[in-house]
Design a protein around this ligand. Structure first.
Ligand code: 3HC
Length: 278
């Protein structure tokens, strides 16, 4: 299968990598050359790690060799599936979909990795909305087993079936969701993170003990504050803001502490500081 991934950030490069790992030819494209260079380095590092612990048996160079890194989207025109993983801004996605409408084949699937924008709203910019759906991956993509499949009102049943099959080929497990804000995952995760931040704000306990409670008491691999830092506090705030607006329910309202950290550009791991220092 030919796969084109648009957007070479953390999610896009992880998605490109896992498709290449199972034998697909992948074009990874981005408007920034620097993002492509970083992606190339990170993919090589990740493949090296996976190979050294036996999680992939094929030589990392062979897997890496199946990924073409390019700024030229038209090189990916022959894709059976396009996966969009660009910034979570409606205007940016719509502008990209205009280009995809020109180059995508009649039967190509177009999927968005959006974590919070409505699939139905996005589908309005797609020429063949029956071939469009949400494929929501989780970070780090090479490790996380889940793919959330989001069906829009106009997505065809056969495209959903195909997406389920593709997810399984990647060695991952699908879940399907209707197009409700936050789908399944972020609808449940965001209030958890929010409540942890409120517990911290209200002085219930220290950040370490809040995280320890979820790690050791509920067997979560990371506590919610640590996880928020891992996702990126700006990303967490943006998702909460979308959910708050869509549901109009205070259970999704971004807490003040989160806003303050984001405004101070303390964005979590990627900026060196968030709820914790790195
Ligand atoms: N590529 C290859 N291997 C990787 C990797 C990558 N990108 N990232 C981590 N690993 C490997 C490590 O090498 C390590 O391998 P080992 O066990 O054989 O040594 C293994 O994964 C575990 O990594 P670490 O030892 O560094 O650290 P941890 O044991 O703490 O695991 C973690 C890291 C996998 C990130 C784990 O903490 C975890 O599962 N955290 C929760 C992540 C999570 O919830 N992600 C979803 C976020 S929400 C989201 O993405 C959706 C969005 O819409 C918000």
């Amino acid at each position: 299968m030919n796969v084109t991934v648009i957007g070479a950030g953390t999610m896009g490069r992880g998605i490109a990598q896992v498709f290449a790992q199972v034998g697909n030819e992948v074009v990874l494209t981005d408007v920034y050359q620097k993002a492509l260079e970083t992606a190339a380095n990170e993919i090589q590092k990740s493949l090296g790690k996976l190979h050294s612990k036996g999680a992939i048996t094929e030589a990392p160079e062979l897997v890496y060799g199946r990924i073409k890194f390019t700024e030229d989207l038209s090189l990916g025109r022959d894709a059976d599936i396009f996966i969009e993983a660009v910034l979570e801004k409606l205007e940016i996605k719509e502008a990209l979909y205009k280009q995809l409408n020109e180059i995508a084949g009649e039967n190509s699937i177009i999927a968005s990795n959006t974590s919070s924008i409505s699939i139905n709203a996005l589908s309005a910019a797609i020429k063949k909305p029956e071939n469009f759906l949400g494929l929501h991956f989780f970070n780090p993509v090479p490790i996380m087993k889940l793919v959330e499949i989001i069906k829009g009102v106009r997505t065809s049943a056969s495209v959903v079936e195909k997406a389920i099959e593709i997810t399984r080929q990647l060695g991952k497990e699908p879940v399907t969701s209707q197009d409700f804000p936050g789908f399944i995952s972020n609808r449940i995760l965001m209030p958890l993170i929010r409540e942890a931040i409120l517990a911290l704000e209200e002085g219930v306990s220290s950040r370490e003990d809040i995280d320890k409670t979820l790690k050791l008491g509920m067997n979560h691999p990371m506590g919610p504050l640590e996880l928020a830092d891992f996702i990126g506090l700006d990303v967490v705030q943006d998702i909460m803001a979308v959910l708050y607006e869509e549901f109009g329910d205070p259970r999704f309202k971004p807490p003040v502490t989160l806003r303050n950290l984001v405004n101070a550009r303390k964005l979590g791991r990627k900026s060196g500081e968030g709820f914790y220092k790195y």
